[in-house]
Design a protein around this ligand. Structure first.
Ligand SMILES: NC(=O)c1ccc[n+]([C@@H]2O[C@H](COP(=O)([O-])OP(=O)(O)OC[C@H]3O[C@@H](n4cnc5c(N)ncnc54)[C@H](O)[C@@H]3O)[C@@H](O)[C@H]2O)c1
Ligand SMILES: [Zn+2]
Length: 343
C-alpha cells in the first residue's frame, strides 16, 4: 500500500476497502453511493446508514443534492457526522459537494471504486454538480480527509468503465510524465486484462501527477488548469454524444494533439503515438460532431472568458501549456482539415 498526502487529504493506494473502519472516526458515519456500487459493497453499506443516488450524469444535479441533504436531515446528521462516498466519480462529486455545503461543511472521504475516480475524480478537492447544461457549474473546493483506492474494485468494474479511466491516465502522462506514457505503451495489454500490479502502478503514478499539480495550485489559478487537457472538447463532446466522460476525454486528447501539430507544438509522430495508445486501450479517437454544435457547447464551458477560452495544449509528450484562444481562431482550426464535420 502506498500513501500520498495532499492538503490534509490521505490518499491510500492499494488499501482494501475492507479495512475502512481503521480510518473512520468514532462519530456517526453516513454512506452515499449508487445502486450499482451498493450491490458490490453490500456488507459495507449495510453496516452504516446509506443514501442511494441515481445512476449517471443526469443525476449529478442540485435535485440529487436536495435528496441527499433531506436524507441527512432525516438521519439527524450533525457537524461531526462523517460522509463516506462509496462509488465512482459521480458519487464522489455529489457526496463531496453535499458534505461541503451541509451545515457549512462536514468531514468526508471516499472509497473510490472506478478507475476514473481513483486516478482523477476523488483526488484534488473539486466537488460539484452540473447545472442547466453547464458541466460542474456549481461546486466547491474541499479536500476529502481520506481516499481509498482499492485495486479489488476493478474486478467488478465493467470493461467500458475501466477503459474510460485509462483516458485520464493517458491525459496525466501527456501533461507531465513521458515515462508514464512509455509505460502505458509497454503495458497496455496487461492493463486491459486488469493485471493488478500494472493497475496499481498506473493509479499511483497518475494520482502523483495530479497531487503534485494540486499541491502548488489548489484553486486553479494557473498550474492546475493543465489538468483540463482535452477537457474543453470532452465536455462539449459529452453534451453532444452518448460517450462516457472518459471516452469523450480520449477524443478530446486527440483533438488537442491535432491542434498542437497545427501550432508546431507537437510532431506528427508524437500525435500518432497519442492516437495509437488510445486506440490500443480500445478508446475512441474520433466522433462526428458538427463544428457549430461543438463550439456552442464550448461557449458554455466554465473556462471561457468573453470571446476567448483557455485551451491546454500538449507540447510534445510529457509537457503542456495553457493558451488563451479566441473562439473564432479555435473554430477555424477545428474546421481546417474537415470543414463540415470535425473530430
Ligand atoms: N471532481 C473532479 O476533480 C473530477 C475529475 C474527473 C472526473 N470527474 C467526474 O467524474 C464523473 C465520471 O466518473 P466515473 O466515470 O467514475 O462515473 P460513475 O460514477 O458514473 O461510474 C461509472 C459506472 O461504473 C459503476 N461503478 C463504479 N464503481 C464500480 C465498481 N467497483 N464495480 C461495478 N460498477 C462500478 C457506477 O455505478 C457507474 O455506473 C464525471 O461526472 C466527471 O465530471 C470529476
Ligand atoms: Zn476528466
Amino acid at each position: 500500500m502506498k500513501q500520498i498526502s495532499l492538503h490534509g487529504s490521505r490518499i491510500l493506494i492499494g488499501e482494501s476497502a475492507d479495512n475502512i473502519r481503521e480510518y473512520l472516526p468514532s462519530s456517526q458515519v453516513i454512506i452515499i453511493t449508487d445502486g450499482n456500487v451498493r450491490r458490490h459493497y453490500s456488507a459495507l453499506c449495510d453496516a452504516f446508514p446509506t443514501i442511494e443516488i441515481g445512476l449517471g450524469e443526469p443525476n449529478k444535479t442540485l435535485a440529487t443534492i436536495d435528496h441527499v441533504t433531506s436524507e441527512l436531515v432525516r438521519l439527524e446528521a450533525d457537524r461531526r457526522t462523517f460522509i463516506l462516498g462509496v462509488g465512482g466519480g459521480i458519487v464522489c462529486d455529489v457526496a463531496g459537494f453535499a458534505a461541503s455545503v451541509f451545515m457549512r461543511g462536514l468531514p468526508f472521504g471516499f472509497v473510490s471504486t472506478s478507475l476514473l475516480s481513483q486516478v482523477d475524480a476523488s483526488v484534488g478537492g473539486k466537488n460539484g454538480v452540473n447545472h442547466k447544461g453547464y458541466k460542474n457549474m456549481l461546486g466547491v473546493f474541499a479536500q476529502p480527509q481520506l481516499v481509498i483506492c482499492d485495486p479489488q474494485s476493478m474486478s467488478t468494474l465493467p470493461q467500458r468503465e475501466l477503459v474510460a479511466g485509462f483516458a485520464e491516465i493517458v491525459k496525466a502522462a501527456m501533461i507531465a510524465d513521458a515515462s508514464l506514457f512509455a509505460y502505458l505503451e509497454e503495458n497496455a495489454e496487461k492493463a486491459l486484462q486488469k493485471d493488478p500490479q500494472t493497475l496499481e502502478h498506473l493509479v499511483y503514478e497518475a494520482v502523483k501527477i495530479k497531487a503534485d499539480i494540486v499541491a502548488v495550485d489548489e484553486r486553479e489559478q494557473g498550474e492546475r488548469r493543465k489538468l483540463n487537457l482535452g477537457h474543453t472538447f470532452a465536455h462539449a463532446i459529452e453534451k453532444n454524444t452518448a460517450l462516457t466522460h472518459g471516452e469523450a476525454v480520449s477524443v478530446g486528447l486527440c483533438k488537442v494533439a491535432q491542434l498542437a501539430v497545427m501550432l508546431n507544438l507537437m510532431s506528427a509522430g508524437e500525435q500518432k503515438r497519442v492516437e495509437s495508445i488510445l486506440q490500443r486501450l480500445t478508446l475512441p479517437t474520433t466522433v462526428d460532431v458538427p463544428t457549430p454544435a461543438l463550439c456552442a457547447a464550448m461557449r458554455k464551458d466554465k473556462k471561457k472568458s468573453g470571446e476567448a477560452i483557455h485551451v491546454v495544449l500538449p507540447v510534445g509528450i510529457g509537457r503542456c501549456e495553457v493558451r488563451e484562444m479566441a473562439f473564432a481562431a479555435l473554430s477555424y482550426l477545428l474546421s481546417v482539415d474537415k470543414p463540415a464535420v470535425i473530430l
